[in-house]
Design a protein around this ligand. Structure first.
Ligand SMILES: [Zn+2]
Length: 114
């Protein structure tokens, strides 16, 4: 088992950082034994890439929803725009769902990085 830094993001997700130290099992120069252990955890400002992507899509979805609400309040004038926005919201929902599934799968792979 070899020791690595661990980066912990504001969202609670984490990733491996730099290699720090060999374990006693591993004597080959420049090699690591494949098992990773945490050397030290470093807090990182901001969320991980995955969560940032999800947040961006959530913001876009919110903006679309606000527009739809505004158009609906103005009566039937904007039906075509509303339909287009609602299709965009459905697409965003699907993308968000896909990203969240991926994120869950990634966090359940903790410990096996190969
Ligand atoms: Zn995250």
């Amino acid at each position: 088992m070899c020791f690595y830094d661990q980066y912990i993001f504001a969202c609670g997700d984490w990733k491996w950082g730099n290699f720090r130290q060999h374990c006693q099992k591993e004597y080959r120069q420049g090699e690591t034994c494949g098992m990773k252990l945490v050397n030290g955890a470093l807090g990182v400002d901001g969320k991980c890439k995955m969560c940032e992507k999800i947040d961006t899509k959530l913001r876009r979805k919110k903006a679309e929803e606000d527009r739809v609400a505004r158009w609906k309040a103005e009566g039937g004038k904007y039906r075509a725009s509303i339909e287009k926005s609602e299709a965009a919201i459905r697409a965003l929902n699907y993308e968000i769902h896909t990203l969240e599934t991926e994120r869950r799968q990634r966090s359940s792979m903790v410990g096996s990085t190969r």
